[in-house]
Design a protein around this ligand. Structure first.
Ligand code: 13P
Length: 259
């Protein structure tokens, strides 16, 4: 059976609308020339303000567009926030939730993220729920306990009809933006544990969910990491800001998917 992959770019706070248009156009062109099988999906997540430009640029290419966050309320007096239905109505398919930068710099907790995940799911968005340990937590050998708590609390009271309605991203905080990716073995160990936790929390559907790896994923380590059995794609920061390097990671996924 062909393996399924999601290759997702998290553009973070990069790209004005014109820059997003240029980058998304280049990604769509490279994506088209790779002719990915339907089992390999590509997603780009620009800043909110650049979503429209990116959507126009990728129209007809099969590249999906997502947001990097959303609020949990459908509307109201929450200055500066964006509601899940607004993200959906703008043309996005996915929304990243619980990125470690949101947890670290904006104080987002598992409890808050549970509200966001439930709100996004009820709007028909596919949340990409991020989990991962800090360096200290890894050194103290708390990685699996930390990730399990993030999953148990963040996914509380969720019932999923379809495994494809929710995606998990394992992003070890120490690997993000540092150039020091987890080894393929480290990634596989945590991904396999996550799959077990998901099965415990969500039942059989949990075992089928896509689990992405994020943290210094680049063209030169993509092949090895994406080949691991419980790795179903990547959530990519720095390397997603260049069409060439992002396309090289998509190409690695395509090669494994059809092999
Ligand atoms: P880098 O690929 O730049 O390490 O960022 C990973 C990330 O945070 C994706 O969400």
């Amino acid at each position: 059976m062909a393996r399924t992959y999601l290759i997702a770019g998290n553009w973070k706070m990069h790209t004005t609308p014109p820059e997003a248009r240029t980058l998304a156009t280049a990604i769509a062109e490279k994506h088209n020339s790779l002719k990915p099988p339907s089992s390999v999906q590509t997603l780009i997540c620009p800043p909110y303000i650049s979503i429209h430009a990116a959507l126009e640029a990728v129209a007809g290419s099969g590249v999906h567009v997502g947001a990097q966050d959303c609020h949990f309320e459908p509307k109201g007096a929450f200055t500066g926030e964006i509601a899940p239905n607004m993200v959906k109505a703008s043309g996005c398919s996915h929304v990243i939730l619980g990125h470690s930068e949101r947890r670290q710099y904006f104080g987002e907790t598992n409890g808050l993220l549970n509200k966001k995940v439930r709100a996004a799911l009820s709007e028909g968005l596919i949340p990409i729920y991020c989990v991962g340990e800090t360096l200290t937590e890894r050194q103290e050998e708390w990685t699996l306990a930390v990730v399990r708590t993030q999953l148990v609390d963040g996914l509380k009271d969720i019932s999923l009809q379809n495994a494809s309605n929710l995606v998990i991203a394992y992003e070890p905080v120490w690997a993000i933006g540092t150039g020091l990716a987890a080894t393929a073995e480290q990634a596989q160990e945590v991904h396999a544990a996550i799959r077990g936790f998901l099965t415990e929390i969500l039942g059989a559907v949990g075992a089928e969910m896509l689990i992405l790896y994020g943290g210094s994923l680049k063209p030169d380590n993509a092949d090895e990491i994406l080949s691991k059995p419980d790795v179903n794609g990547g959530l990519i920061g720095g390397a997603a800001l260049q069409a060439d390097s992002f396309a090289a990671i998509i190409a690695a996924a395509c090669k494994i998917a059809v092999s």
